[in-house]
Design a protein around this ligand. Sequence first.
Ligand code: NAG
Ligand code: NAG
Ligand code: NAG
Ligand code: NAG
Ligand code: NAG
Length: 501
Amino acid sequence: MLLTLVFLTAPTFFTLAAAKQAYNQSVKYDSGLLGSSPTQSYVAATEYTPVQLNYEVPLTDETATKLSSGLLFFAPLAADPAQPGPLIIKQDGTVVWDGAVAFPSAPSFHVEPYMGEDHLIIWSGESSGVGYGWGSWHVLNTAYEEVATYTAIGLPDNTPADLHDSHIYSGDLATMTAYVTQEYDLRPYGGPKHGYILNCVVQEINITSNEVMFEWHSLDHVDPSESYTTPLITGWSASSPWDYFHLNAIDKDDSGNYLVSGRHIHTLFYLDASSGDIMWRLGGKNSNFTMGKDADFSWQHDGRWRSASTISLFDNAGTIGQQDRLSSRGMLLSIDTTAMTAELVHEYLPSKKAISRSQGNTQVLENGNVIVGWGAEPVFGEYDSEGNALWEMRFGVSNVQAYRTYRFDWTATPSTPPSLSVTGDGSNRTAYAWWNGATEVATWGLYGSSDSGESVNLANATRTDFETLINFEQLEDYASYTVSALDASGQVLGTSDAVAA
Ligand SMILES: *[C@@H]1O[C@H](CO)[C@@H](O)[C@H](O)[C@H]1NC(C)=O
Ligand SMILES: *[C@@H]1O[C@H](CO)[C@@H](O)[C@H](O)[C@H]1NC(C)=O
Ligand SMILES: *[C@@H]1O[C@H](CO)[C@@H](O)[C@H](O)[C@H]1NC(C)=O
Ligand SMILES: *[C@@H]1O[C@H](CO)[C@@H](O)[C@H](O)[C@H]1NC(C)=O
Ligand SMILES: *[C@@H]1O[C@H](CO)[C@@H](O)[C@H](O)[C@H]1NC(C)=O
């Protein structure tokens, strides 16, 4: 994926304030000269090797004032990242939480209001290798302690929850997706008589009581003839069922009804909460809506209500070997369920127009800004409510992807203590301090303890990165060291275990 010689010989202008911050429009990064998936690495915290980022659309003094608050959440995956799995980063590209060690390769995680308070939900499990999986959702509190876990209940073959979507409602109710393989006569669709198909399931359960509150099976309501795919080489064995529907999003509204996205039907379905009946279809072969200019979409992800009459989604507008538009896009649609019309309100386009063949999401934030994650393309960015790009970052060059990217206000203090490593000898020593997941650390205070237990404050340092270097001059011998993490008001948030000198 090298760019032309003109680009390579042009002056490169990445200068780094601190090594791990995102590059600023680095041509070397984009051309692959830094590798297909550049990584950040640390001196002492060597178990973490998260992706390095590069601003494609840099922040300016003006756009910096328009940002929404919060940290960025995404999970690099695919073949190239050194360490696939969940990451929470700051706007400067430095890491706050690297979940790849605890949840290796987990593709999907976000913040949900479990029991009325912010929690992370993280899917982990086994991937089918063809775009769905079998696993469960882990609920972590703001100390990163697992407080609950859930999966689908009572489905054929004990099929567990799929990776695509889950949201928590009313404290302890969770929606989820599941892909059940079943036998099906596929002759009408070009497949075998004794064929296999994926029946996509929407399930909502009570996490506390393990009661099923709602269940909907795509095959009971949506005929495979509505699909834009055909079985082709799938459908001939139970290990390779035809994915005619491809359920990838479920959103429950205030009236309790569900908006459900079937990517391979090019349709958002609106389901009645009590009967499961389809009240209307938006998009696809049997749409109930008249679509306004540029309002139609295909191969979509992440349909969600943003008001009683607006829906956001990610329009892939293509898949492997197919392109329906110039570019994939984030979209905001206005829906009139009396006139049955859908109009495009805004679209959000990437700086380099391209089709993202899979994955992707569109998140509308409280201040009206929009985060778009470009799925199979390793890029995400933020837009103002009018659709103007505020910034865009790349997190890899070739085989690097992220299912979704979000921004959340997330305040967390791990229950595990901070980490400390001290190197050097004689009077010239260096300490390295880090605390995976701590969002509020502003400064570090380093302490040396004598044999008698008396503790001396040797040095302080501002937190600059995931790992902070603290250089200090040691004038006396100490038996051990500790480091304390302090918040912006000087409150101690936590102290490391003692490290022998
Ligand atoms: C990034 O580069 C652009 C010019 O290409 C410049 O306007 C901007 O200030 C730079 N940002 C940083 C954080 O260095
Ligand atoms: C879920 O079940 C628990 C235990 O029965 C119950 O206390 C709770 O109210 C239920 N949650 C909802 C939202 O109904
Ligand atoms: C949607 O279209 C179907 C037929 O394609 C029709 O049976 C149904 O009544 C329509 N629903 C609405 C709300 O228009
Ligand atoms: C102290 O050690 C660091 C490396 O750990 C080195 O860069 C620095 O030059 C040393 N300072 C002195 C005064 O020796
Ligand atoms: C560290 O910061 C505290 C609080 O501001 C201050 O009292 C202390 O003197 C500092 N220690 C060093 C070694 O500078």
